[in-house]
Design a protein around this ligand. Structure first.
Ligand code: HPA
Ligand code: ZN
Length: 320
């Protein structure tokens, strides 16, 4: 299909975004505007200079820039504007349901109140539900490079806002921070009836996916690419229909895969994995949800039926 027909086709598919870090939707133009109104200076001369720095050889190089960018977010209106910019953009792409992740510790560590972050994000979610008729959920994600005690303190802070969250997740620097480090935190979150997801098998090995399933009782796996290294793990994921929220443009940007050519999407579908397509950190990785589908289809030649299946999977894998 030519690019415009492909884009029109993907656009029309009802889709859910399930793997999206709101801090990763921070477009550099908005980042400069918010920095300025907060009297802060970014260490880049211009929007173009900042964008030119978006060249990553691994997850950590990206995370360093992502946390630096998020550091200009101080006030409730900043979190509102960030979230609103994202939601209004994807509402125009026929994204019908969004499960948005945020990293409270990125902000509370800098002295921003937990309630300020949650109030700004939640107000934008509610406005998008009203204006666009989309449904939304908020997922609180723990930073795995920080300690178990930090995660417990965050879960405690969340108690006063429990109704704002559908679930908890686990993100940041994967290798060296296995799911097992957060086994007790996730047990407590489960006791409080949070839904559970965790990043695993992006840079980390297949064994981290086993840990996410067996120790954290994760119901979804964010990324999970490395499951293909382990046939027994694939069998388990298929048998239990555990969703894998894949992010193709992220995988290329962070060198998880060399390119989208040969991305094993058809193999994953054929093996019966419940795979879904998402955008992770679209402001940094060069594309929002539709862009991820289109880039994947252009590179792999996956047929319309496959794209339709992926979009259906995203709605089936949601916590609606
Ligand atoms: N992996 C881990 N942590 C993250 C990511 C990611 O792709 N994006 C934002 N935080
Ligand atoms: Zn992610």
């Amino acid at each position: 299909m030519p690019n415009t027909a492909l884009r029109t086709f993907v656009h029309a598919l009802p889709k859910a975004e399930l793997h999206l870090h709101v801090e990763g939707t921070f477009e550099s133009e908005l980042m400069f505007a918010i920095a300025e109104r907060n009297g802060l200076k970014l260490p880049y001369a211009s929007v173009d200079a900042l964008k030119a720095a978006y060249q990553f050889s691994n997850l950590q190089e990206f995370l360093d820039l992502y946390y630096a960018g998020a550091s200009v977010l101080l006030k409730e209106e900043d979190f509102y504007d960030l979230t609103w910019a994202y939601l209004s953009r994807v509402a125009a792409e026929n994204v019908q349901h969004v499960e948005l992740m945020f990293d409270p510790q990125t902000h509370t560590e800098r002295g921003v109140a937990f309630g300020t972050v949650v109030a700004g994000i939640t107000a934008a979610l509610q406005e998008a539900e009203r204006q666009f008729g989309m449904s939304t959920h908020l997922i609180l994600s723990f930073l795995r490079h920080l300690s178990e005690a930090d995660a417990f303190a965050t879960l405690k802070e969340a108690e006063g806002f429990r109704q704002n969250f559908v679930g908890v997740g686990l993100d940041s620097s994967e290798v060296g921070n296995p799911p097992s480090k957060f086994q007790r935190v996730f047990a407590e979150a489960k006791r409080q009836e949070y839904r559970l997801t965790a990043h695993a098998g992006e840079e980390g090995p297949a064994s981290y996916i086993w840990e996410a399933l067996d120790l954290l009782h994760a119901e979804r796996i964010d990324h999970g690419n490395r499951c293909l290294d382990d046939d027994a793990l694939v069998d388990r994921l298929v048998a239990e229909q555990i969703p894998l929220t894949l992010c193709p443009l992220s995988n290329v940007a962070l060198k998880v895969v060399p390119s989208l050519d040969g991305y094993p999407i058809q193999e994953m579908l054929d093996r019966g994995l419940l795979v879904t397509i998402h955008s992770d950190d679209p402001a940094y990785f060069g594309g929002y949800l539709t862009d991820n589908y289109v880039a994947l289809a252009e590179a792999t030649g996956i047929a319309e039926a496959g794209l339709t299946q992926l979009a259906k999977n995203s709605l089936a894998a949601s916590w609606k």
